[in-house]
Each structure stands twice: as C-alpha cells, then as structure tokens.
Design a protein around this ligand. Sequence first.
Ligand SMILES: NC(=O)c1ccc[n+]([C@@H]2O[C@H](COP(=O)([O-])OP(=O)(O)OC[C@H]3O[C@@H](n4cnc5c(N)ncnc54)[C@H](O)[C@@H]3O)[C@@H](O)[C@H]2O)c1
Length: 137
Amino acid sequence: MTWLITGGAGYIGAHVARAMTEAGERAVALDDLSAGVPARLPDHVPLVEGSSLDGDLLKRVFAEHGVTGVVHLAARKQVAESVAQPTRYYRENVGGLVTLLDAVAEAGIEHFVFSSSAAVYGDPGWISSRRTRPARR
Ligand SMILES: NC(=O)c1ccc[n+]([C@@H]2O[C@H](COP(=O)([O-])OP(=O)(O)OC[C@H]3O[C@@H](n4cnc5c(N)ncnc54)[C@H](O)[C@@H]3O)[C@@H](O)[C@H]2O)c1
C-alpha cells in the first residue's frame, strides 16, 4: 500500500511516517508547514507542501503517488486559538476533512484513518467533580 499522511511533518505524522516505512509500507506526506518541520520526516518519505483544503492538489497527489490509504492528521490544534478564532478552526479543520473525504471517495480509496481528539467525548463530569471535591477532615 501507499499511504498519504496529511500533517505528515507534524508531531504525530512524522512518527507515523517512520513507523510505516519501518513496517515496509510506502508513505508520502502532505503538510502546509504551518506547524510542521520537514526535517522530522525520514529521508525516503517525500513531502508535498500544500493544504488538505486544496482538492485539486489532493487528486494530483493520489494519482502521482498511487495512494491507496490515507491517515489524516492535518489540523490546527491550539485550544486557546480555537476559542479565539472558532470560524477559522471550523473552516480549516472541518473543511479540510470534508475536502479530503470528497477527494478520497472520488479516487476510490478505501482505507482512511482519522485522528481526532479525546476532547470530542466532552467532560464526563465525575473527573471534574473528583478534582473539585473538598478534602475530608
Ligand atoms: N499530540 C497529541 O497528543 C494528540 C492527541 C490526540 C489527538 N491529536 C490530534 O492529532 C492530530 C495531529 O496532532 P499533532 O500533535 O501531530 O499536531 P501538529 O501540529 O504537530 O501536526 C499537525 C500538522 O498538520 C499541518 N497542518 C495543519 N493544517 C493543515 C492543512 N490544512 N493542510 C495540511 N497540513 C496542515 C501542520 O503544519 C502540522 O505539521 C491533530 O488533529 C490533533 O488534535 C493529537
């Protein structure tokens, strides 16, 4: 298989790229380098500089590299920034996912791994109540 790793020059993406190539899989990274560092990637993993919001680029990368699976890690993840700029985060994170899913479906790619966040499960309540429970005398 050949995997496209979006956000491949990021913290998790570079580890995924390394683990995949050590396991004998081919990988190509896509990253807009807003937070990514190309030097994190193993030498033999090509880096395409661009955005998951660019549907035409995605189609080109799929075709040129014969991509058969996608690991989607490209996202903005700063909590304070996401609260200050919610529409930007929505546009880039949700929009990037939707654009990517459209391109994946059109290309007939059947393997897709999406890294989200434990934060989507919310606060289960008992954690914060434990934290705030007053100490016994
Ligand atoms: N680091 C963690 O502990 C952790 C835990 C759970 C979930 N996650 C999730 O995993 C994903 C990756 O996390 P990370 O820690 O590797 O973050 P990171 O910031 O190190 O990596 C994200 C990469 O995506 C790139 N990027 C951002 N938007 C892009 C876009 N539109 N197109 C192309 N590239 C783009 C950035 O340049 C960066 O290199 C995020 O969705 C994050 O919320 C991270």
